[in-house]
Design a protein. Sequence first.
Length: 445
Amino acid sequence: MMPSPTTRASELRTPYSGRAALEGVLAEGCEMQHAVIRQYGTQTIVLLEPSSIRHCFITNAVNYRQAAARKRLMEPVLGESILTGEGDISVKVRQQIATLFNRPALETYAARIREHAEAATGDLDDGVGDAAAMTARIALENLSLTLFSGALSDHVEDLLSALDAVYDAMHGLPLLGEEGGVAYYPHVDRPARQDAARRLRQVVHGIVERRLAEDAPRGDLLDRLIGLRRDAARGDVSAEQMVGDVVTFIIAGHETTAATVAWALFLLSRDAVALARASAETDRVVNDGVPPGEWPDRLPFLLACVEETQRLYPPVPVITRQAIEDDALPGLDIGKGSVVMAPVRLIHRMHRYWDQPGRFRPDRFLPGNREQIERYSYLPFGLGPRMCIGAAFGNREATIMLAVILRRFRPRYAGGADPVPLLKVVLRADNGIPMLFERRQGPQR
Ligand code: HEM
């Protein structure tokens, strides 16, 4: 029987033997260089060495494309998207939109992000709420206000509801229990995914249609995506052709940041010392009247909390590619069609690369310490030609959102057991992150 959308991670069953190959990866002294498992009926090579990851994702990246199984999984939702296309087109897209993600642009977004986050969190102390749902709502509106000139704002609730249904229709499960990051999808409810995808695409279709009917250009992300499509088509484009591009950005651009902030609030609520330090740092910077565009640079500890959160709960916990032709690494043949995986979450928790990997220790990312981190053992934004285009946007936004919340509130986890991370397109908490926000008293307000 197909599990219902509310199925909990613990109720999903592991139907295959990949787990045995990975047993021991998280143990101290593990020297394994890779593990071979089967996922979706294909040989999957789980890369555990930075040099192998560098080889497949950077040095010989031309021999690897997006994994077919992952594309199939997301196809009904994304349809076709130039952003995630292969080769030259994605390079061109990146070049054309790069100025929307550069430093001056990010600084102009900061004031809008702060203002909106402040308005949206004014009454956070009004009982227990789901921090994950709250941050998703704020991050989607932030995306709308910054990159879409407000075009998504009237549809935030519809978009969130359709997206939730998409995520509920596809559950990925870690293979090694709570600590392990190698995920697969034991639950894909195809009719539910189809229905949710249709709803999502319908809303986005309307948004694009309205923009196509406008005369005056806005120069925002939506306009640029339309321009790129027109160039590619050498003529007019329809709203339908644009839906995949916009949906890609909506999912990639808000859920990842939202998950980061929600997990960070959970981790900070569990660490009184780190919370006090982050709150005091925020008070100093805000009291000094520092403009929000400079906050991320002036809040090194809070930014380190964001980065440490992404080590423990990377929103994208695995990154896969598929070999176009045969390839080889020392001691390992990679056959054409094999999937290679950078198991981001697993690597983030290996003793080989991290001291006390299970502990939340933001200090690791402070200047002076972060230089010690082994290259390619920390990959929240991926690597190589397809590395996240919104990395700086996401971390700056997450830092501002956290600063706004910590300035006024003290987060307290209101659940029983710890939230269970489950891959629902990004790493989300199964059944949310219930939090209580106590209003802080005193001069900081
Ligand atoms: C903290 C937040 C974020 C995290 C952890 C994150 C993570 C990632 C990762 C790991 C990838 C690479 C996936 C792969 O190689 O298969 C990626 C790609 C991407 N990200 Fe992000 N992301 C974040 C925020 C954002 C934001 C804010 C945006 C846009 C506003 C964005 C837009 C994209 C896009 C468009 C891609 C696809 C790039 C391509 O395929 O060429 N991301 N992200």
